[in-house]
Design a binder for this molecule. Structure first.
Ligand SMILES: [Zn+2]
Length: 127
C-alpha cells in the first residue's frame, strides 16, 4: 500500500493501523483549527521559521509584508505548541501565546532591530 499524506493535517501514513491513528489525529487537528484558526503543518512551520530572518532583513519587502511574516512566524511557533500539547483545546490563545513569546529574550532580540515591524505586528495582533 502506498504511503499517503493528508492535505488537512500533513500527517503521512500507510496501512490500516496507521490510517486509524491518523483518523483520530486528524479529528483532533480539525477541532483545534476550529478553535485556534490556522495551524501550520510541521513542514510549513520549518519553512516559515527558516525564512523569517531573511524576510526581516530584506530591503525589497514592505513593512506590511514583514509584519505579516512575523505574524506567520509566531503562528508557526504557536502551531508547534498546540501540536505538542496533543491539540489540547485548553491551550492558551494565539494572542496570549504571542505575549508570552514576546517576553522571551530570543523573540525580543529578533525584533529589536526592526521597531517599525514590531509595532505594526502588535497593531495587527490587537486589531
Ligand atoms: Zn489528516
Amino acid at each position: 500500500m502506498d504511503k499517503c499524506t493528508c492535505q488537512m493535517c500533513g500527517l503521512s501514513y500507510q496501512g490500516k493501523a496507521e490510517s486509524r491513528k491518523h483518523d483520530s489525529y486528524c479529528k483532533k487537528h480539525l477541532k483545534a483549527c476550529v478553535k485556534f484558526d490556522t495551524i501550520y503543518n510541521p513542514e510549513e512551520c520549518e519553512a516559515i521559521q527558516n525564512d523569517i530572518k531573511q524576510i526581516l532583513s530584506s530591503e525589497k519587502i514592505s513593512l506590511h509584508e514583514k509584519a505579516l511574516g512575523v505574524e506567520k512566524f509566531f503562528r508557526s511557533c504557536f502551531s508547534q505548541s498546540v501540536r505538542d500539547s496533543g491539540f489540547d483545546l485548553s491551550h492558551c490563545s494565539f494572542l496570549d501565546y504571542c505575549a508570552r513569546l514576546l517576553s522571551q529574550k530570543y523573540f525580543n532580540d529578533l525584533l529589536k532591530p526592526y521597531p517599525d515591524v514590531h509595532s505594526q505586528f502588535l497593531q495587527r495582533l490587537l486589531s
